[in-house]
Design a protein around this ligand. Sequence first.
Ligand code: ZN
Length: 197
Amino acid sequence: MACDHDHPEQPLEADDGRPDVALDPETLARREAALRQIVQFGDPVLKSRALPVSDFDGALHDELERMGRLMSDALGIGLAGNQVGLLKRLLVYRVDEDGPVQVLVNPELEWSSKETEVLEEGCLSLPRVHVDIERPLHVRVRARDAAGEEVLVEASGLEARVIQHEVDHLDGILILDRAPRDQRREAMRALRELDLA
Ligand code: ZN
């Protein structure tokens, strides 16, 4: 499957007419089921700030595992706690299809580059929305892993973009909030047609 580097969270969308995306019915059904469990636009949890995690216990482990599974089933490349109704500072991502799911708990953007890039992004909570977002090209993030151990991530390109997109979710910020005004207006119209706005 081709890797589309332009769409954090939604690299492969069934309805965006890309000729290289041919999903079999089983994959599509699994994706639909996953999307039904992911909070969609209009739910106030997406506009809320998530709280730091202090208990690195079995429950946290289970939540992160579920998030990783939902993200994969939804054919996404990132997912934040808010998107599964958890106001906890948790995110998972996987930019390399064959790589492991990465987990960041209590992520803090410690540094971001002055150099930026504009790319189109989508979001598993915003069906059919694609907007151009300008973001720093490189970031350094301090976080904890599922066991509570400190991790330092230096990321560039798509990985840096996904992390920033998910940290935004944890702060109650959506791509609509960062989109150019005309694109935001168009996206809101599309969401209204889906009865989400
Ligand atoms: Zn998103």
